[in-house]
Design a protein around this ligand. Structure first.
Ligand code: BF8
Ligand code: SF4
Length: 631
């Protein structure tokens, strides 16, 4: 078996980061590594989740001296409440992003800035949501669909419509356990209400509400976000791209889009393709315009346009440290507030575009769907005007980059896997080939590797170690978010990377003509993974928790990640974590999140901060599921 000889190793990535750190020191810039030092050791009460400041009698913290807060809340109540608040915030973030996209859909016009790119998907969704389509203008249908979607946030009665997409057994279980999600805003508000001073102190009910709130994200906000984004900007197709800092160009205007909301970045990408702006860039001495992405925005624009990806979460400062980032524009989520100050040490212009993420020191250009194109042009022009201001003495562009194949939503995966088992050509469009490949053991199972990177551990190392081992063991990987970005940087999204797979997986990659890690998009697109697992479960005629398919977040850090983990658990998908949730100061919470939820939903967390033993547990978990299925 060949090893990862053509890959970029973590050590090589670290060498680049070290060189860029020298750039920072030379320019008097501070980076996250400096701040990690200032913040270490972290507050133990916070780490354990046993500090409460939910009322002004506090803050209270649980210690040997005081086992309860002033109101009498114990460690379990405090840790449970903090945990539920994280889930509520994560759900709010993903879902509010979806709400923004729905508003854009409502503004879409035949001759406007935003149009419908996937009409078939819109019509399918209209039918699912009982919106009349016959003889109607497609934009009228779109506006009605947007209104139904917007009602999913605040409707007084009923449950999330997309929960009907889950296998019947799962839906029954949600009903029976009282976790079937209602309106998204209602689940978030209920969570905040329950955790207000003087309400729920029983950790089990906080955890149950966490699952329900998470489900309102996975089968609500995130799924709506993904569907509507596909309708507006097109369902992703397989395409070639590249990733890592080497995508920045010395002789071009580099404009970096960073954040999550594709409504904004799509416009910037479109504006940068305009001949008038390309010519303007040339008039300033540049060879052209180079738009690249960071974090989940990178995933969105790579999947739909092949736009190249500069990197993941902890690479956001590195992009500016190259000295060739002429402009970085951001929308929402995962944006370091440190960036404007860092940009000041270089020539970089830093632009915020959303009232959700205003940062001191930034140039603010408030994005509005009606004027989006004009704003996007203004930003591109600003980047071009800034190109001549680079300081030659501060430039260092690392050469590292890797080719990547991206764009594997469920639709593409189904059509690709159909190439694997010829016996089912008649069933084109089903998950049957995937079921057969897993059942026969050619694939041992599938793993969704998702989430952030995090300086609490060696950044990106856990992702890499886990991916490498799973591939060797014939486990197909789907990836999203910053985990997908690490796979890009390493070279694992390249079809050639099949050489580091076990025989079974390599055969599947050959037959289906896919890379061993399938890039499914941004974190919002983890809803695609839910549908993939639900589809396979339906074709197999089992519930989702019985399948040898699990989720892994080796280096998670955000509240969104906790919300995602909860919708996976709610959907019966075990979640393997490489970073401890901040609840371990409560023995009851530690039990509830690992074993307790298992009794409710059939899934729980498996936590191990050592990637080597974590990956062993993942493989053992997959094999145990296979054994239980009798395969
Ligand atoms: O939503 S993986 S660091 S960029 S939270 Fe953020 Fe984490 Fe990256 Fe995307 Ni997801
Ligand atoms: Fe302290 Fe209770 Fe107030 Fe929390 S809610 S700060 S534990 S008194």
């Amino acid at each position: 078996m060949k090893t990862l000889e053509n890959m970029t190793t973590i050590e090589q990535m670290e060498e680049v980061t070290a060189k860029l750190k020298e750039q920072a020191v030379k320019s008097g810039a501070e980076t996250y590594e400096d701040r990690v030092k200032q913040q270490t050791p972290h507050c133990k009460f916070g780490e354990d989740g046993v500090c409460c400041k939910n009322c002004s009698m506090g803050p209270c913290r649980v210690s040997a001296r005081g086992k309860r807060g002033i109101c009498g809340a114990d460690a379990h109540a405090i840790a449970g409440r903090n945990y539920l608040r994280m889930i509520a915030a994560g759900t709010a973030s993903h879902s509010d992003h979806a709400r923004e996209i729905l508003h854009v859909l409502r503004e879409a016009k035949k001759d406007g800035g935003y149009q419908i790119r996937d009409e078939a998907k819109l019509l399918r969704l209209a039918e699912e949501w009982n919106v009349k389509t016959e003889g109607r203008d497609i934009y009228d249908v779109a506006h009605d669909v947007a209104n139904v979607g917007l009602m999913e946030f605040g409707k007084p009665d009923g449950y999330q419509l997309f929960t009907k997409r889950a296998p019947a057994e799962r839906q029954e279980l949600w009903k029976k356990e009282g976790v079937l999600p209602r309106a998204i805003d209602r689940e978030i508000a209920t969570s905040l209400h329950m955790t207000h001073m003087g309400n729920t102190a029983d950790a089990e009910y906080l955890v149950r509400q966490g699952v329900r709130t998470g489900l309102s994200n996975g089968w609500g906000g995130s799924m709506i976000g993904t569907e509507i984004t596909d309708i507006l900007f097109g369902t992703p197709q397989e395409r070639a791209s590249e990733g890592n800092l080497g995508v920045l160009e010395k002789n071009m205007v580099n404009l970096v889009v960073h954040g999550h909301d594709p409504a904004f970045s799509e416009m910037v990408v479109t504006a940068a393709e305009l001949k008038e702006l390309q010519d303007y860039a040339k008039s300033k001495g540049a060879k052209g315009l180079n738009v690249v992405g960071l974090c989940c925005t990178a995933n969105e624009v790579a999947m739909r346009h092949g736009v190249r990806m500069a990197g993941n979460f902890l690479q956001q400062e590195n992009v500016i440290l190259t000295g060739v980032c002429d402009l970085m524009c951001v929308d929402v989520q995962c944006i370091f507030p440190a960036l404007p100050k860092l940009a000041d040490c270089f020539h970089t212009k830093f632009v915020t575009s959303s009232h959700i993420a205003r940062i001191p020191g930034a140039i603010h250009i408030e994005f509005a769907p009606e004027t989006a194109m004009e704003q996007a042009k203004e930003i591109v022009k600003m980047a071009i005007d800034n190109y001549p201001n680079r300081d030659e003495g501060k430039i260092y562009i690392p050469e590292t980059k890797q080719p990547a194949n991206v764009g594997y939503p469920c639709e593409v995966i189904i059509s690709k896997l159909d190439g694997v088992t010829n016996s089912h050509v008649d069933q084109l469009g089903s998950y049957r080939p995937a079921v057969d490949a897993i059942r026969s053991g050619v694939l041992r199972g599938a793993v969704g590797i998702v989430g952030c990177n995090n300086p609490r551990v060696r950044p990106d190392y856990s992702h890499f170690a886990i991916m490498e081992e799973l591939l060797k063991n014939d486990v197909l990987i789907v990836a999203t978010g910053c985990a997908a970005q690490l796979a890009t940087k390493a070279g694992l999204l390249n079809k050639e990377a099949k050489w580091c797979c076990g025989d079974g997986l390599r055969r599947v990659c050959d037959l289906a003509d896919i890379p061993p890690i399938l890039h499914m998009g941004a974190c919002v697109d983890i809803s695609r993974i839910l549908l993939l697992v639900a589809g396979i479960a339906r074709d197999w005629n089992v519930d989702m928790n019985q399948l040898p398919i699990v989720g892994v977040a080796p280096e998670w850090m955000s509240e969104k990640a906790v919300s995602i983990a909860n919708y996976c658990i709610g959907s019966g998908i075990d979640v393997y974590l490489g970073i401890q949730p901040q609840v371990m100061g409560s023995t009851q919470m530690a039990e509830l999140i690992t074993e307790g939820t298992r009794k409710i939903t059939g899934a729980g967390y498996i936590i191990d901060t050592d990637p080597k033993s974590l990956v062993k547990k993942i493989i053992d978990g997959i094999e145990a599921k296979r054994a239980a299925l009798g395969i």
